[in-house]
Ligand binder design. Structure first.
Ligand code: AMP
Ligand code: MG
Length: 493
């Protein structure tokens, strides 16, 4: 039975203010989470909880697991499943929260609004044939990678907790079930606009656009054409976000339009992974057989998704459809240049470049080409460039590298900054520690199969300060052993 409870002192201090369910009912279905058999906190993010004003200490009472499993509805929550559509691998489909429930929006002490979503919380009207559930390992995976992204300084949804369900989920094998509590600026997706444009009327589309502008892009409300301003602003945030992904070697894996957040956060961690050996064609996801969402394709796919958003917004861009199309096109075509600008400025910082020269792009590309040709580890190579131990790296004695290195050194002499300044810039832009696949897998295996969380906690600790080299976490800096099979990820169902 689900029931309303009062927060106790050791419960979470919710401060719900639910605005999404004021939208036309077309956008959601009221739906409570389905209770699970024996909820138990597996992991709880105390620092995030405190940031959100949900708790003051690390003391957590028994009601927390019940609430974050969906067995008790916190006071002020108004659980809904959100409706959306999306292009999955290029094909349009009706979707919606098939295994997630939005409990509501929590206002933090600083007045920021956050969606509180339970993922894996049972069936909804949008479940199609799915069971509405999630397995423990993929939920822990989202927890690890999203928190790692946050520590890297990349916009992302966050993870408050994972609760084990005390009941199995049935996939290819029987697995322990779990529920993740996801914290997001919102869960409004490109696919939410596609849903409004294809299934709704103009009034509903405009209601969604006005709501989203007010919530995420309030400055656009006063623009001459608020919807054009909004489209441009979303495009800008996506260009910046994907540039950040490229800079750390993050591969989302399933950049469908339903997995692209209008607020510009990385969202829906399924088959994502960080690249070890640099190659633009890198794909980890077992379902992405054409390489649609390969590392090097991510900017292009972001632009493709933004073209779908533009189509969905056409009716609002201008009353004349030709003019609407012209305006929309102009914005979408801006993507490559904006992306390039963000990418270049980030890559300059990674190489310690403070000033700008036209030849910088070629210098950066030459390094990437060398890494690709000689199968170097992306993160390790870049971090090594700013380290004392560079000369001790095996690649330092490679002839092709020596040529590039001489060019880079010469470039550095053409800026006024000291070597110390160069190194400092590099070290805050090149992480020493990323969630490497072999470490993530080992932590998940131990947690899921043996109930042993030691590795998981150790890994999370290491990932908290990715730009700092701490001797106790040295092992997490190392590339994986060379002999490993190509790494594969599976969709997080
Ligand atoms: P995702 O791959 O997590 O982005 O999910 C794509 C779509 O499938 C979303 O609409 C999900 O809600 C839905 N979905 C994924 N897994 C399940 C499941 N086990 N039960 C019901 N719906 C699911
Ligand atoms: Mg999704």
């Amino acid at each position: 039975m689900t029931s309303q409870i009062d927060p106790k002192t050791t419960g979470l201090h919710w401060n719900f203010d639910n605005s999404y369910c004021q939208l036309p009912s077309f956008f959601f279905a009221r739906q409570s989470p389905a209770p699970v058999r024996a909820p138990q906190l597996v992991i709880f993010n105390h620092s995030l909880s405190q940031e959100l004003g949900l708790s003051e200490s690390t003391e957590i009472g028994p009601s927390v697991a019940l609430e974050l499993a969906g067995n008790q509805i916190p006071v002020g929550a108004e659980p809904i499943a959100q409706a959306y559509a999306g292009h999955q691998f290029g094909h349009f489909t009706m979707l919606g929260d098939g295994r997630a429930i939005l409990l509501g929006e929590h206002l933090s002490p600083s007045g920021q609004r956050f969606d509180i979503q339970l993922k894996g919380s049972g069936q909804t009207p949008y479940s199609r044939r799915g069971d509405g559930r999630a397995a423990l390992a993929p939920m822990l995976r989202e927890y690890i990678i999203s928190e790692a992204m946050h520590a890297l300084g990349i916009p992302t949804t966050r993870s408050l907790a994972v609760v084990s369900a005390g009941q199995p989920v049935y996939r290819e094998t029987t697995l322990p079930g779990a529920i993740l509590t996801r914290i997001a600026a919102s869960h409004i997706r490109v696919g939410t606009f596609e849903y409004a444009a294809t299934q709704g009327n103009q009034r509903q589309l405009q209601a969604l656009a006005d709501y989203t502008i007010q919530r995420h892009y309030p400055d656009c409300a006063n623009a001459g054409n608020p919807y054009l301003c909004f489209l441009e602003a979303v495009l800008d945030r996506q260009a910046r976000l994907v540039a950040r992904w490229q800079q750390v070697g993050f591969i989302h894996g399933v950049m469908n339009t339903d997995n692209m957040s209008i607020a510009g956060e990385t969202i829906d961690y399924g088959p994502c992974a960080f690249m070890d050996t640099y190659h633009a064609d890198t794909v980890f996801s077992s379902i992405d057989q054409q390489g649609r969402y390969a590392y090097g394709n991510q900017p292009l796919m972001a632009q493709w998704n933004l073209a779908r958003l533009t189509e969905a917004l056409l009716a609002l861009l201008h009353s004349d459809s030709e003019e609407a199309l012209r305006l929309g096109r102009t914005v979408v075509f801006e993507f490559p240049e904006r992306f390039q600008r963000y990418w270049l400025s980030g890559m300059r910082a990674k190489l310690g470049l403070f000033t700008e020269e036209d030849a910088d792009t070629a210098l950066i590309q030459a390094l990437l080409a060398w890494m690709q040709n000689t199968a170097q580890d992306y993160t390790h190579t870049l971090r090594s460039l700013g380290s004392d131990a560079l000369a001790a790296q095996p690649f330092f004695h490679n002839a092709a590298f020596a040529i590039w290195y001489a060019q880079w050194q010469e470039r550095l002499t053409r800026q006024p900054q000291t070597p110390e300044q160069v190194r400092a810039l590099m070290n805050v832009n090149n992480p020493a520690i990323i969630p490497r696949n072999h470490h993530v897998e080992e932590a998940l295996r131990a947690a899921s199969e043996e109930g042993d969380l030691t590795n998981l906690h150790q890994l999370l600790e290491a990932l908290k300060q990715p730009y700092v080299e701490r001797p106790e976490f040295k092992a997490y800096q190392m590339p994986p052993p060379a002999s490993r099979e190509p790494y594969r990820t599976f969709c997080g169902t």
